[in-house]
Ligand binder design. Structure first.
Ligand code: PRX
Length: 558
């Protein structure tokens, strides 16, 4: 495609994303039309291979997916859902999940994916903040959905796949779809109209809704082609769940924008099964995470050697720092270098990356995409620093898949832009050759297995337990997950500590937030350090927990 990074910078850019989609900058379009309908005119091709853990397997053409989306759009329209309304989707990665998201977008409404493993409170937070009118889910999720929806009148309808005894406000989506028309035409949205709302955690408060417009697919299309290197004959597998942004940008939009067949696997992580997917589907391009690769590494080379993995030709990774030893191990097992990519829910698509046409420096996130201006800024003056100096990673705003805003939180959005830069919230440095190296997050957010978890989310659930009066959560390094959460709690005076209480706290977090959020350790203490203004100093607790220097304690009130 390109001979060098320099040639790529000179000859490419976001404008090629428009060209790929058959449109021009300034054109209006509906993302569903461009990624599904556009390909239905071509000879039939498989869009989705759906596999389950039990080995069930189904293939769906682009026309099948177009029809599925059109049926969902018909159902939603008949219920009175309008352009701009929020329709949330709580489903595992089955074809119906793709139909629900694409059908919502087809109608001009805003799709809100929720990770199916989330607990009641995490579900409720998202539905409440977004003012969602409809939730699409499956019968087996109804118990936690009903708990989440108590006293939440904005959600007018719950559409349920599968059979269940339904209550008021719940309807069978399976039945509604049977009579629904597949002729529903994509709504004529403007490129800047909203289409997708993903929630992501910050240090303070509940998760924020990150709103993306139809124009985001311009960024998905071109980065998928250049970074993931997708070609027409590829079988592509993105292991991320569409409840997280990687699973939508690169598990729905990007590959379909490029008219490429993709695999959706329902079954969680298990080394033997993952290798089986690659072998049996003849996967050629694989987008995964450092945590998944570390777990495979732990299972050992022998497990990998039992399978023929020779179909693979390109591997990329995202979400957390990619350790050089993982790159070396993957090279031994797959004969391929893993290409690290860096981006965020807010950026919508890959911004800094390693490319097939550029040498990899293991441990580096790579170099900016053509069209991306990235810099490392001095923390006070917010001016670019010299190479090898650590500072704030920033991007010059204006790429096509940049988020529109934080839902109902314009102040938080404004605060991300300073001195002409978008501040990513990460710390990094750039070397003399222009490669970027991740240092740490610049906030207290915990990145566990590539999933962001806000300390506040954990703390507020812990405080729901009657025995707890204070709580602090923070992340510590962990070999398997990158980082794991640790919680410190202070008990009510008359409260006894013990195994039973710790078990209750873990169960509470699992039920309310999700199993990914359960702290690896819960420490009972009689006091948490605070600033004079009353803020809990997680940084100090973390340093003490790890036996590290606590740094400047002048603000501490103990
Ligand atoms: O801290 C960075 C980390 O994940 C954050 C973005 O998380 P999220 O919005 O959930 O999106 C994840 C998938 C796009 C970043 O601010 N992160 C992402 N990629 C990398 C990374 N940290 C180190 N190396 C990466 N390649």
């Amino acid at each position: 495609m390109f001979d060098s990074y320099e040639q790529f910078r000179a000859d490419s850019g976001w404008e090629f994303g428009y060209e790929l989609l058959g449109i021009r900058p300034g054109d209006d379009f509906n993302a569903c039309d461009l990624i599904l309908d556009r390909h239905c005119q071509a000879p039939a091709k498989t869009a989705l291979i759906s596999r389950t853990y039990q080995g069930e397997r189904h293939e769906f053409s682009f026309e099948d997916m177009r029809e599925g989306a059109a049926r969902v759009a018909s159902v939603l329209e008949a219920m009175g859902v309008q352009r701009g309304d929020r329709v949330f989707v709580l489903l595992e990665p089955l074809p119906q999940l793709f139909d629900a998201i694409m059908g919502t977008i087809r109608l001009g409404a805003i799709a809100g994916p929720i990770f199916a493993a989330f607990g009641a409170e995490a579900i409720r937070d998202r539905l409440q903040d977004s003012g969602a009118r409809v939730l699409i889910t499956a019968a087996h999720h109804l118990p936690k959905v009903r708990e989440a929806l108590q006293d939440l009148p904005t959600v007018e309808q719950v559409l349920v796949l599968g059979s269940a005894t339904l209550q008021a406000g719940e309807r069978s989506l399976s039945q509604l779809l049977e009579g629904a028309s597949a002729e529903f035409q994509p709504y004529a949205t403007a490129a800047d109209d909203p289409m997708l709302l993903h929630y992501s955690s910050g240090t303070t408060g509940k998760p924020k809704g990150i709103l993306h417009a139809h124009r985001a697919i311009v960024g998905h299309a071109i980065t998928t082609k250049v970074v993931l290197d997708l070609r027409p004959d590829d079988i592509y597998w993105c292991t991320a769940d569409p409840g997280w942004v990687t699973g939508t940008s690169y598990g729905i939009f990007g590959p379909w924008a490029n008219h490429v067949t993709q695999v959706a696997y329902l079954g969680g992580f298990m080394a033997e099964k993952w290798y089986e997917v690659i072998e049996q589907e003849r996967v050629t391009v694989w987008y995964t995470s450092p945590t998944a690769l570390r777990l495979l590494m732990r299972e050992g080379v022998a497990v990998a050697r039992q399978r023929d993995l020779s179909s693979l030709r390109h591997i990329c990774s995202v979400g957390e720092p990619l350790n050089p030893e993982v790159i070396r191990w993957a090279y031994e097992v797959f004969g391929l270098m893993v290409h690290d990519t860096w981006w965020q829910t807010e950026t919508g698509c890959i911004q800094i990356s390693n490319y097939p046409f550029m040498p990899i420096k293991p441990g580096s996130m790579g170099r900016p995409f053509a069209g991306t201006e990235a810099a490392v800024l001095d923390c006070e003056r917010l001016e670019p620093l010299r190479p090898n100096q650590e500072g704030l990673l920033a991007l010059r705003p204006g790429w096509p898949s940049m988020f529109k805003t934080y839902w109902a939180n314009p102040d938080a959005y404004e605060a991300k832009f300073r001195n002409g830069w978008y501040l990513t919230g990460d710390r990094a440095y750039m070397d003399e050759e222009g490669y970027f190296w991740f240092v740490a997050r610049d906030d207290d957010v915990i990145n566990t297995s590539g999933h962001l978890l806000g300390p506040f989310e954990l703390e507020s659930v812990l405080l729901q337990h009657p025995a707890i009066v204070e709580a602090a959560a923070f992340g510590v390094p962990a070999e398997d997950a990158g980082e794991v959460a640790i919680a410190y709690v202070v008990l009510r005076r008359d409260q006894e500590t013990g195994k039973e209480l710790l078990r209750e706290l873990r169960t509470l977090i699992r039920r309310q937030v999700g199993s990914h959020a359960v702290p690896r350790e819960i420490v009972v203490t009689d006091h948490l350090p605070r600033t004079r203004s009353g803020k809990i100093m997680r940084r100090v607790i973390r340093a003490r927990h790890l036996g590290l220097p606590t740094g400047d304690l002048s603000a501490l009130e103990e």
